[in-house]
Ligand binder design. Sequence first.
Ligand code: NAD
Length: 521
Amino acid sequence: LKMMNPVTARMYGGMVKRGLASAAPTTKLFINGQFVESKSDKFLDVHNPATNEVVTRVPCATAAEMEAAGSAAVEAFKTWSQTSVLTRQQLMFRYQELIKKNMKELSKLVTLEQGKTYADADGDVLRGLQVVEHCCSVTSLQLGETMPSISRDMDAISYRVPLGVCAGVAPFNFPAMIPLWMFPVAIVSGNTYVFKPSERVPGATMLLMKLLQEAGCPDGVVNVIHGQHEAVNFICDYPAIRAISFVGSDQAGRYIYERGSRNGKRVQSNMGAKNHGVIMPDANKDNTITQLVGAAFGAAGQRCMALSTAVFVGEARNWLPDLVAKAKALKVNAGHEPGADLGPVISPQAKNRIASLVQSGIDEGAECLLDGRDIKVPGYEHGNFIGPTILSDVKPNMKCYTEEIFGPVLVAVSVDTLDDAIELINSNPYGNGTAIFTTNGATARKFTNEIDVGQIGVNVPIPVPLPMFSFTGSRGSFLGDANFYGKSGLNFYTQWKTVTQMWRDSDATPTGTATAMPVMR
Ligand code: NAD
């Protein structure tokens, strides 16, 4: 809390007065414009991953509180959906300015609860801010279609109208960016919202709510509930919720997609990944190694677009020692310490899971060229640290290849040709991201043409599209139809309404009674 300004510290709420185990401050719910203390008897501790100290306690909202959030959104929709597009655009302009002004405060909260470095947290906030900036284009994005004279004296207009109440469920790894992929797009197009941040990183969301309110967003337009399965089930089942955005693991993503769809809701579900970086022997060696190391170990590998598998083609396999040397030089430290290249992973459980996946690789015959499992970070002995780890000679049947590790572990595979690399990647069930490093345009073109992955970088290691495009992960990494943000994101949160109208002079010839289907010639 010492790292926060007084406003943020207050937002974390008062001390819990119900004699619960920990005296850490609680995180509030945000319902109908009020930051309210939950009446729940179930709270979850949120830890600073660098120290494992409890930072805040997040409630599992009660049924009545979730219901109150849902009804507030239903009520707010009645007026919010009738506001002018310029009103909603102006809200986004003010919101954009406030996020910019509070970037450092948001980054600090991200680092405190998620563990990533300040520089990386700045990127987390900035990439979310860019979605808000894109939302300012709603006056173009939400334009419909028209056709005059589709028949005599008859015109047609298709409007893109909001759906109603929408909802979002977010993961822990981008506490600012991913919430900002969700509710700004929904509300700028006239919907209202129920949002559930990850119970492990609620802080950035709560500050984003405070800023949204300061920007003039009316009460009830966005509501925040906290919790785990029960909150997710509420979102999947609440009749008024029309659409759900989910980002997170496969297990939760499939569950929410199935349960939400069964209840007739639209669902977009971004899930896990195994992203391959292909290294051609003609690539610029220094640049490629630098990019690979940053993309594999940055954010301690906890990015859905982390390049977690290096595919060395032919002679490029000889670059492994240089890669190891570069990875070894990275500084592992608490995210707020100056000069840290990577921070801790989210929890002791995550650390154990990552370590056991590394061990399974070794047991199955991979060679561990760099082992960060026993790293000690002075001053942060209780943190969940793992240093950069590299496994080589990895084969596609090994568990360290088939599972998403989600930690600072790079698995290296060697193949003989580009065709082999393409076949390997296309055989993997995930389709989130991939990259190729080459100086040959024809090689790059063949790769982008033949690869079946939704986001591709050519000499770009983490090709997360800017918000004028959409986040287009595919195959096992995505369920749904409309992708997040960009035009597609707006389509997700709107539906068509088409008006066919005839205006004819009253003294024009009457048409007479027609019982056949109108054909509009
Ligand atoms: P997670 O699935 O554990 O949690 C995400 C959200 O789902 C949380 O709000 C959580 O409360 C809820 N949840 C968790 N388990 C649930 C269950 N069994 N049923 C219902 N709800 C559940 O994910 P995480 O650990 O927070 O995030 C890491 C995962 O997210 C990784 O797999 C990563 O690849 C993925 N991710 C994907 C993208 C993408 O755009 N494809 C982006 C970021 C993260």
